[in-house]
Design a protein around this ligand. Structure first.
Ligand SMILES: *Cc1c(COP(=O)(O)O)cnc(C)c1O
Length: 364
């Protein structure tokens, strides 16, 4: 390896990861950011580091949503804590009233997931967390670009975790970012995401060439740090984030306008500064509509199957009626950057055919 190449750092922890972190901080104005290999890793670090810092015990509780990707809740179990499920509001985010009902002497934190890019009642949730002395963790996997009152989300929660998975708003292939309110935890996240090793490989090699194997391992950390290949993709994707989210907003606007007044279909409301990862509607005969759209060559998604349907969370079954009802009626309509006005119209026409019960000629 030549000296000039080495000066650029390694692909593991290196100059591209730092550049990406700096660009991300510039974009979001978040005070710190650590690039990791997924949002799941970021969430796990958040729960584990807060647990150590605040002396949480086994079986202490974190209030969370059942209407999410399982990462949100798996990390709570992995840290030996107990997810307690609260219900969602019309934005499909945690409902503060339901959260208040779930708080017990064992509650330590609230895990808020910004569904589809919505921030819902996050500000109220943060206020409740502060009043009750609870930590608040933001699963911001859907929220790259989501703002509240002109500020990017994440600055006023104890930890915020973003996803740069290929299907999210800043696509790399896999990656995530973690921000902590407490600068000491932000510092610790770097060490803990590299197995608890005390310095990064590059600075160690540079300053102590002769003793590069002589590093200290201070804690039992994880292999969670991001790499420069993903960071390079992220740096470019981030340049287009505002523009991409605006394009998503336009598609959502067209959907909303086309479907306005359709009986039997309710669009999920969106915040005005949502990243608009998803455009979702609720319908009664969801599975039938899904089959109908599939026949027309349209393939929507469902976000999500209720986590309490899975064995490790089944103790929460029946405790969140709104989330349950939503989960059985939700459809995420196709929303991506290769779509245009006509594509939206094709989807909405097919939906209207279904809703009006019109029999269409299926012989093509
Ligand atoms: C995608 C997603 C995650 C996990 O993100 P990864 O980067 O794939 O680990 C976590 N929570 C929610 C709500 C998600 O949609």
């Amino acid at each position: 390896m030549s000296a000039s190449r080495k000066a650029n750092g390694w692909t593991g922890l290196g100059y591209k990861t730092i550049t990406f972190e700096n660009h991300w901080k510039e974009y979001t104005k978040l005070p710190n950011a650590h690039f990791v290999n997924s949002c799941t890793a970021a969430l796990h670090l958040a729960v584990e580091l807060l647990k150590i810092d605040r002396d949480w015990n086994r079986s202490d509780e974190i209030i969370t949503t059942p209407l999410t990707f399982v990462s949100t809740n798996h990390v709570i179990l992995q840290a030996g804590l107990k997810p307690i499920f609260a219900d969602v509001d019309r934005y499909l985010c945690l409902d503060p009233e339901s959260v208040l009902e779930r708080i017990t002497p064992r509650t330590r934190a609230i895990m808020f997931m910004g569904h589809g890019g919505n921030s819902g009642q996050l500000s109220r949730m943060i206020q409740i967390a502060r009043e009750k002395g609870l930590a608040i963790i933001l699963d911001a996997a859907h929220m790259a670009g989501t703002c509240i009152g002109g500020r990017h989300v994440g600055y006023d929660v104890d930890a915020a975790a973003f996803s740069f998975h290929s299907v999210k708003n800043v696509p790399t292939a896999d990656g995530g970012m973690i921000s902590f309110l407490d600068p000491d935890l932000a510092e610790k996240a770097r060490k803990m995401s590299w197995l608890g090793i005390s310095k990064d490989t590059f600075s160690r090699t540079k300053s102590e060439e002769a003793y590069k194997w002589m590093y200290d391992v201070e804690e039992i950390g994880w292999k969670y740090h991001g790499n420069s290949v993903m960071a390079a993709l992220g740096i470019v994707a981030l340049r287009y984030l505002s523009q991409d989210n605006a394009a998503r907003g336009l598609l959502a606007h067209w959907y909303r306008r086309d479907l306005e007044g359709e009986v039997g279909l309710i669009p999920v409301p969106e915040d005005c500064w949502s990243s608009r990862l998803l455009f979702q509607v609720m319908v009664d005969r969801r599975d039938d509509l899904m089959a109908h759209l599939n026949k027309d060559g349209i393939f929507p998604g469902v976000h999500y199957r209720l986590n309490t349907d899975y064995p490790m969370y089944s103790y929460g079954k029946g405790t969140c009626p709104h989330a349950e009802r939503a989960s059985s009626r939700l459809i995420s309509l196709p929303l991506h950057l290769l779509m245009g006005r006509q594509d939206v119209e094709r989807v909405t026409t097919s939906i209207k055919d279904f809703l009006s019960g019109r029999m269409r000629d299926k012989i093509h």
